[in-house]
Design a binder for this molecule. Sequence first.
Ligand code: SAM
Length: 259
Amino acid sequence: MPLYDVIGKEYDTSRKADSEITRRLMNHFQVFEDSRILDVACGTGNYTIALSKLGLNITGTDISEEMLSKARNKSNIVTWDQADVLHLSYQDGEFSGATCILAIHHFKDLLKAFEQVHRVLSQGRFVIFTSSPEQMERYWLKEYFPQAMMDSCYQMPKVSDVVDNLKKVGFKIVGIETFLIQPTLSDFFLYSGKYDPSMYLNPKVRTGISTFASSASQEEIDAGCTRLKADIENGQIQEVLDRYSSELGDYTFVVAEKR
Ligand SMILES: C[S@@+](CC[C@H](N)C(=O)[O-])C[C@H]1O[C@@H](n2cnc3c(N)ncnc32)[C@H](O)[C@@H]1O
């Protein structure tokens, strides 16, 4: 069964659109209300719906029927289409913008995925939200779940590769902006618990994060959570957090444009 047909069952327990990420996406699109935007790998549609509420005419597409079934139950205003990003069935130039949130690392062929997004845009921006392996190297989670973090880092495309592939298919790079986790973040993805380590002790939160749901072995999760719980209780966690502090930012927006 595809990974997200499994993760999808509990995804919305811990995953919600974060208002700051939504605001920044909207800002990066630089489009008028009613513009047709594509959300690639939209999952259960949390950001698709949040963007639709801001006035965009948005379509969500995802490979996982399980994720999409959750999305369909939440909104019948958004159009939902099941597809692999490598084989989008839209006409050339149908959209005036596109986004892809926390998903490019799942694509088997980044160049072909970006070719498809470029093809379906008339002109406009493609806004990617992701993390880089360099940023992930500095996540304190490495201290407790080293193998799972190494596997996740390995899977993550470097920003330089993302940029190269975007340029190869014809995009211009408009900007690269880092994103810092805020303590109030409401979408519990991999590093959302940067300032709230006890978040990772909650199995429901781990279920919505692919690093824990697929990369990590149960032995590593159990051992890591036992150590993490002890460090939280004895205060040692602060030393770990300080040791991993980083100036690279936690996540990255890559903003590309088809002119
Ligand atoms: C971490 S989820 C992110 C979902 C959503 N963008 C969000 O931020 O809530 C990653 C999504 O990528 C989708 N995905 C993985 N490979 C894909 C592919 N080749 N084509 C389309 N979607 C894909 C998964 O089904 C999953 O819904």
